[in-house]
Design a protein around this ligand. Structure first.
Ligand SMILES: Nc1ncnc2c1ncn2[C@@H]1O[C@H](COP(=O)(O)OP(=O)(O)OP(=O)(O)O)[C@@H](O)[C@H]1O
Ligand SMILES: [Mg+2]
Length: 358
């Protein structure tokens, strides 16, 4: 990219020598910038220039011998670091203009109407737009990387907290309960202190149960030990215990062996996030969890008959109240090689559908 007084590197793709001279002369008349022009006369030279060269902008004639600039645009569509391409044509043609835009041209100019201010401005705008697009692509890449890292960090933290709760707090509570039971067994029954202690035992039992529930939700060992179907069955039972008004319909039309190991955690977390949402936001009476396969592709869906919501608005980055659940579901599916759609209609309910191609 030119900086200050550096000349702008132009690849001029033009099969007509007279036109090439004309365009060079227009460019040399521009007082506010200087241009370092490389002329590519044939389709082949043009391809090589776009593939190997490092230009700030490309001016491309629409007619290239028996080929067209549109063909060339299509051919170079996936070249990584190509310059913005401005199509030049002999006669204005609205259809060519539209087609050029569709194929990724930065702009379209009619040669007969070219003037130096117009060409200067078009080149400058095309270069600036490319700069902004590159910056946007870079920040999108960064965002994707950060969001995938966020999921990894979240998973590690969950594992750590679950181990901490299981190994320390859970065992501590069990030890307290055991010690109190020992003290009680050594006291005569009518002792008031012993009877007070007896009342503490069920409370500790409830605390143990709470801790167990929290660490299992954080990292269900059943997932590692018995697989995703067993983990989801366990999760649905827990879900119904806590959300007594919501009926869970479970339908697993798939064998555990059909599910690749690397998808299991993603599947479980997607169900967890989706069903958390059903419990928290939907006011649904029923939820349907379905796991199936078709021609080697795996499908997972979580559907509720709740109040539904406007998905676009909730997923918009402009939404200041946006939670993490919907976004991490999508990201988890994508990172594990699948895709995820959220279909919701106000008043009808919501379906979260993930799919992993074979
Ligand atoms: N099944 C659903 N039914 C109705 N509304 C839903 C449903 N799922 C999501 N929503 C709406 O979409 C919003 C965003 O959901 P998301 O899971 O991303 O965030 P959250 O649940 O608010 O917070 P978090 O998941 O981070 O704890 C919710 O606040 C809710 O308004
Ligand atoms: Mg949520």
């Amino acid at each position: 990219m030119p900086d200050g007084n550096e000349p702008i590197k132009v690849l001029l793709i033009e099969d007509d020598e007279d036109d090439s001279v004309l365009i060079r002369s227009i460019l040399s008349d521009i007082p506010s910038a200087s241009y370092d022009i490389t002329w590519a006369e044939t389709y082949k030279d043009a391809l090589r220039g776009l593939r190997e060269g490092s230009y700030d902008v490309c001016l491309m004639d629409y007619r290239l011998g028996n080929r067209t600039g549109l063909e060339l645009l299509q051919k170079v569509a996936d070249y990584a670091d190509k310059p913005p391409i401005i199509i030049l044509t002999g006669q204005g043609d609205y259809r060519v203009d539209i087609a050029a835009m569709k194929h990724g041209a930065a702009d379209y100019l009619v040669k007969d109407h070219l003037s130096d201010p117009m060409l200067e401005r078009t080149i400058r705008y095309a270069i600036e737009r490319k700069k902004s697009e590159d910056a946007l692509r870079e920040s999108e890449k960064q965002l994707q990387y950060l969001s995938s890292q966020l999921l990894v960090v979240q998973e590690n933290e969950r594992r750590k907290v679950a181990a901490e709760l299981h190994d320390n707090l859970g065992q501590l509570l069990t030890a307290i309960k055991y010690n109190i039971e020992t003290v009680i067994s050594r006291q005569p029954c009518e002792n008031e202190c012993a009877s007070n202690l007896e009342q503490v035992i069920p409370l500790i039992q409830v605390a143990v149960e709470h801790v167990r529930r929290i660490y299992t939700q954080l990292r269900p060992t059943v997932l590692d030990d018995l697989g995703v179907k067993a983990a989801l069955t366990w999760y649905c039972r827990e879900f119904e215990d806590v959300n007594t008004r919501i009926l869970v319909n479970k339908d697993f039309e798939i064998e555990e062996e059909e599910i690749p190991e690397n998808l299991k955690l993603a599947m479980f977390r997607i169900v967890q996030d989706a069903m958390d949402n059903v419990a928290e936001h939907s006011s649904a009476e029923q939820v349907w969890l379905r796991l199936s396969s078709h021609n080697g592709a795996l499908n997972l869906s979580i559907r509720d008959d709740g109040k539904g919501f406007n998905v676009g608005a909730k997923l918009s980055l402009m939404n200041p109240e946006g939670g993490l659940g919907l976004r991490s579901m999508k990201r988890r599916a994508e990172l594990s090689g699948g895709n995820l759609a959220i279909i919701s209609e106000v008043g009808t309910g919501t379906t979260v559908r993930a799919n992993w191609p074979s």
